[in-house]
Every structure is written in C-alpha cells, then in structure tokens.
Design a binder for this molecule. Structure first.
Ligand code: SF4
Ligand code: SF4
Length: 189
C-alpha cells in the first residue's frame, strides 16, 4: 500500500543515529527501545516504516540469487576467518531494518570474543537468512571475490552492482525517514 500524501516532517537537521559498540548491552537495549517507541508512535508513521521495509525486502530478494550463485561457493571455500562476531553484531541501522521487515531480533551473545569465529557460522556457512544478517555481512565482499566474480561473469557482475545500488537506496530511504521521525520526537523519548 502506498501513502502518497504522507509528507516527511520538515525539521531541519536530522539527528545521527546512535553508535553501538560491540558488547554494550545497555546501549543495545536502549537502541531497541528507541526503535520500538518510534514504531508505535503513530499509525501512519508505522505504516510508512513497514512499507519502506517491504521495499528493502524486495531488493534483498532480487539480490539473493546472485549472491548465492556467484559468491557463496567462493566464500564457503575460503578460510580467512572473514566471519567473526564483531562483523555479525548488528548496528543501530540493522536493528531498525530488522524491525521494518517484521523480523524477531536474533539473540546475539556479545560476551563472546569479538574476534572469534562468528556464533552464526555453521558448517555450510551463515545460519541466518540474508535479511537477518547485519548489513556489513551482506555488503562485505573482499577484492579477491569481486575480481573473480567480475572476471568470470561480467554481465552478472554489472547486474549485481546495479542491484546492490537499489538495495542501498531503499535502505537509505528508511534510515532517512526514521531520522526525520526521530528529530520530531527528540525530548519525548
Ligand atoms: S568475502 Fe572474501 S574473505 Fe570473506 S569469506 Fe568471502 S571470499 Fe573469504
Ligand atoms: S555472515 Fe553470518 S556467520 Fe558471517 S559474520 Fe555475518 S552473521 Fe556471522
């Protein structure tokens, strides 16, 4: 459903979103609470946030076959320890996206070493669905992987770059909208 007449609040400078440090449980809880508060503050805003989340999900679904087909095999055979807890830990933006997608937050044990192999790394790779992972997990591709992908499948690589761009824009739209709402609530949270 589209709400064409819904205008973003015009509130001047939008606030930065909070930084989350690995292992800072209090900041993590506060972030979840802030997001939940914004999501329940008005029906029209809530609808808009979920609508933006749906757009992100569509982009993820478009990207997923390309990621599975052209990168999973390379990553599965890689033993560089790319997947460590610190990378899997969600930041504020990730928590916001999870909420907009209607996902339950994944319990992340941040008492484990941030440099240790990620707790969600299984024998066949990541045990989380793509949309449940932190954005840096979905987004991180080492140069070697990109070079091999581009060299072997140049057309698919261009498509992949294009789709990454559309996903990024959809995500940025949600973040921008949320910042606007947050600016309107500052002092009331
Ligand atoms: S992104 Fe690169 S370093 Fe990370 S698992 Fe894949 S191939 Fe290995
Ligand atoms: S891709 Fe999965 S296993 Fe790898 S760091 Fe991210 S959450 Fe952990």
């Amino acid at each position: 459903m589209v709400f064409p007449n819904l205008q973003r609040p015009s509130l001047g400078t939008k606030p930065d979103l909070p930084e989350l440090e690995y292992g800072d449980k209090k900041a993590y809880r506060n972030a979840c609470s802030m997001i939940d508060t914004i999501f329940t503050s008005s029906l029209s805003d809530t609808r808009r946030l979920y609508e933006l989340g749906s757009a992100i999900r569509i982009r993820f679904n478009e990207l997923e076959p390309l990621l599975d087909r052209y990168t999973s095999g390379i990553c599965a055979a890689c033993h560089t320890g790319c997947c460590v807890n610190r990378h899997g830990f969600p930041d504020f933006e990730d928590l916001l996206v999870f909420k907009s997608l209607g996902l339950e937050r994944v319990e992340f044990d941040s008492t484990l070493s941030e440099h240790g192999l990620c707790q969600f790394l299984g024998e066949k790779g990541c045990m989380l669905s793509r949309v449940q992972r932190s954005y840096r997990c979905t987004w991180f591709f080492c140069d070697d992987l990109l070079d091999r992908f581009e060299l072997k499948h140049p057309r698919a690589f261009l498509d992949f770059c294009h789709r990454c761009g559309t996903l990024s824009r959809a995500r940025n739209e949600l973040l921008s909208w949320f910042r606007s709402l947050l600016a309107g609530k500052t002092g009331n949270l």
